[in-house]
Design a protein around this ligand. Sequence first.
Ligand code: GAR
Length: 198
Amino acid sequence: MNTKTPKNIAVFVSGTGSNFEAMLDKHIPVKLVVADRPCKALDRAKEVGIPTELIERKNFGVTFDRGLYTQKILEVLRTNDIHLVAMAGFMTILGESLFTEYDGFILNTHPSLLPLFKGDRAVRDALGAGAKETGCTIHIATARLDDGPILAQRSVPILPNDTTETLHERIKIEERALYPEVLKNILSGNLVLPHRVV
Ligand code: GAR
């Protein structure tokens, strides 16, 4: 399944999808959009005629069956012959089986300069910590949250009157430029992802 120069990309979304939109603007060939909930990004994919899969997560509590949910995701990826997953604001943590099967071929964008401020409150935490700068990180995702080899980062200043919203938007401007650039480099073979022979 894994290939050295992946061609078939699935983008995983949960929300606005401005990173997905930036990929479209930069002509990244997205084969499939996967969402865990109805969202603007999913609607946009439908509008532009990209195949979509809504694998709806209805349970956000402690009884959520992460393993089963991950199996459903894997089935969709296999059926669509997906080589590379680009998570772009996907807000469900997936199980280990995905990271084993797609080892090295799952990318994520995170709104901080990793390893600083992991988790889903990264922007708020950077602001609360009184940091002078933060940014975004494109990295290879692993089963450990917001971990894995870093491919690219960009920093932004934190300004005195920033709110979580103004700071997040400043970060997203950089993400929208950086993520498509990383994907282009992977597609052209300029950036070779580490390949595990199984
Ligand atoms: C992005 O800032 C991304 O880094 C963040 O969600 C936003 C999605 O924006 N991801 C996470 O926080 C993942 N933990 P978008 O829907 O406009 O692309």
